[in-house]
Design a binder for this molecule. Structure first.
Ligand code: G6P
Length: 615
């Protein structure tokens, strides 16, 4: 969603800000803007659409300076227009502000400000913030950095909602102010320069020394220093972290798109999800980050998994994996529903929230609600510095490296791998024997190679993609743990190719879905050799009887599918708890190649955001 990049130092801020915004493009946006301080004033440039449009605007009418703020906007309040793009200014026109998040009481605040003579030029909630800070600053009298920080503090005290902000004022040259509540903000520490960003990937090419701000913290930054305080006015303790990854990991390298790069990274990312977590000696998984003893884990009699989008599909597959390996009842909830439901939980319910970014607003709210009710709530996250990672009682990191493609790929297979580890750990505490445990470990150790072999199917999948790229409607079907994989395949396709696609448990075909079958509606069946293979075959026959084209994903060595299906993709044989990981890969590749065939912008699909930080 919206992105913030800000700079104060001695270099020209423009290329730094534009480069940072480009690195945040993947998060989804529809307009962009920049405000740069010069002697005596501030220059603003804005443009609707891509950052390239903003860069063109700056080229047409150049600006320069060593202090600036910039923003990519993903419209929430008000249409996608130049007026609604950030930065927004105050009554004096000397203060400029960018904002991520949502000000819930903006309407009331706006009316109050209007009564006090303020005029508004956009429909955004953000403009209210700019006026509030400006008003407080002008009332204060002093024109220095302490006064600007105090004005930000006074304004934010009136606000209900979420924010990550950055402010620059023409009367306080050489400094910026940032603050956060509910929207991430990170301070980058350089040599005689400092950065602010909503996502560390925007600044990692300049510095890896960072401070992740906490909610209700305010930072004042200048070229040669920074000061962090709280909204209530006291000083704040902070910790300087070193970013785990380097600038190279947020670049495409030899790949045309991040999504393809991330699909190809999966042999390594599933390996990284397991690294140091398998103990042959104890024939189990070691997940120290859970912060739970074996006795605690043994007491768990129910597990709830919550997430959004792809993470929710991982949860659904996790339900099958955990139930079969650990024999613990599992329930999955959309995080957005979970936060407002009042589920009567047993006492020993363990809640996991699953989130690649660790910043999804609904998932974070589910975590907070669950903790408020006193449940031990753990996170399965990729972003180690995220709010979910910090607020949960413990959890398991994916260690998949930054995921830039909006359509989640490697994070999904890492999540599934982690569920197998959890199933192994919880199963070994219950009914799995030492040799069962060793068996699972030996299968897990083979997984990276199996994933690599599955990726080798790309040329075949690309040819199938070409054949079906013109379809208007696509169905995905599977049974058991492959039903969530069907959902994920359909999600991938609709996200990046805009083809209407939906996923079902194969047996649901007869209960309505079959009405959609025509010669032009391809059905993709996930039908590996498993206990329900014959059932899938019957469903495929039903589709074929109505002349529907069928693509099947089967197991290497299978000959039955080729006899009835139009196209067959054979994946390596693996135990039932690992097949969902392998079956996912051809679906990711299919969506990728169809979208490419259609000329869609794979990494930046329309209307989507990588990390949905508003409700
Ligand atoms: C957005 C993204 C999806 C992602 C979902 C959950 O909708 O476009 O790709 O699956 O958010 O994100 P999270 O970071 O919580 O896993």
């Amino acid at each position: 969603m919206c992105g913030i990049v800000a700079y104060v130092g001695s270099s020209n801020a423009i290329p730094i800000l534009l480069d940072g915004l480009n690195r945040l493009e993947y998060r989804g946006y529809d307009s962009a803007g920049i405000a740069v301080a010069r002697a005596g004033g501030i220059d603003v440039r804005k443009a609707v659409g891509r950052i390239a449009n903003l860069a063109a605007e700056i080229q047409k009418s150049p600006v320069s300076g060593t202090v600036g703020i910039s923003h990519t906007r993903w419209a929430t309040h008000g249409a996608v227009t130049r007026e609604n793009a950030h930065p927004h200014t105050d009554k004096s026109g000397r203060l400029h502000l960018v904002h991520n998040g949502v000000i819930e009481n903006y309407q009331t605040l706006r009316e109050q400000l209007q009564e006090r003579g303020h005029e508004f030029h956009s429909q955004t909630d953000t403009e209210v913030l700019a006026h509030l800070v400006g008003e407080a600053f002008d009332k204060g009298g002093a024109r220095d950095s302490a006064a600007l920080v105090e004005a930000v503090r006074a304004a934010l005290r009136q606000v209900i909602g979420t924010y990550g902000i950055s402010v620059v004022h023409a009367d306080v040259p050489g400094m910026l102010v940032g603050a956060r509540r509910g929207s991430p903000l990170v301070l980058g520490i350089g040599k005689h320069e400092h950065f602010l960003a909503s996502d560390v990937s925007a600044i990692v090419s300049h510095t890896r020394e960072v401070v992740y701000l906490n909610d209700y913290e305010i930072v004042a930054l200048q070229a040669d220093g920074f000061e962090i305080s709280t909204l209530s006015g006291s000083g704040a303790d902070f910790h300087v972290s070193t970013v785990e990854f380097d600038a190279g990991s947020v670049e495409k390298g030899k790949y045309p798109h991040y999504m393809l790069k991330e699909i190809h990274e999966q042999p390594n990312t599933v390996r990284d999800a397991m690294r140091g977590r398998l103990s042959a000696e104890e024939a189990t998984a070691i997940l120290g980050g859970l912060n739970m003893t074996n006795a605690d884990l043994r007491a768990v009699d129910r597990i709830v998994l919550a997430g959004c989008g792809t993470a929710f599909h991982a949860a659904l597959a996790g339900e099958y994996i955990l139930e079969s390996l650990a024999h613990i009842p599992v329930e999955c909830e959309f995080a957005s529903e979970f936060r407002y439901r009042n589920i009567p939980f047993q006492r020993d319910t363990l809640v996991f929230v699953i989130s690649q970014s660790g910043e999804t607003a609904d998932t974070l709210a589910a975590l907070r609600e669950s903790r408020r009710k006193g449940h031990r709530t753990l996170g399965i996250c990729n972003n180690v510095a995220s709010t979910i990672a910090r607020e949960s009682d413990g959890g398991v990191y994916m260690h998949a490296g930054p995921e830039i493609g909006v359509a989640a790929t490697k994070s999904f297979t890492s999540q599934l791998t982690i569920f197998v580890l959890l199933g192994l750990l919880l199963g070994r505490i219950r009914h799995l024997s030492h040799s069962d445990g060793l068996n699972i470990i030996s299968e897990l150790e083979k997984l990276p190679d199996l994933v690599a072999r599955t990726i080798e199917l790309e040329t075949q999948v690309a040819a199938i993609a070409k054949k079906y790229a013109k379809a208007n409607n696509f169905l995905f079907m599977g049974r058991q743990a492959h039903y969530p994989i069907a959902l994920e395949g359909a999600l991938k396709l609709k996200e990046i190719s805009y083809i209407s696609s939906s996923g079902y448990p194969s047996a649901e075909l007869k209960h309505g879905v079959i009405a959609l079958i025509t010669e032009d509606t391809p059905s993709l069946f996930i039908a590996p050799q498993d206990a329900v293979f014959e059932k899938n075959i019957s469903n495929i026959e039903e589709v074929k009887a109505r002349r529907g084209p069928v693509i099947a994903i089967g197991t290497e060595g299978d000959t039955a599918l080729a006899k009835i299906c139009d196209d067959v993709i054979l994946i390596p044989e693996a135990p039932h708890y690992l097949t969902p990981i392998l079956a996912t890969i051809p679906l990711q590749l299919l969506a990728y190649h169809i979208a490419n065939e259609l000329g869609c912008d794979v990494d930046k699909p329309r209307n989507l955001a990588k990390s949905v930080t508003v409700e």
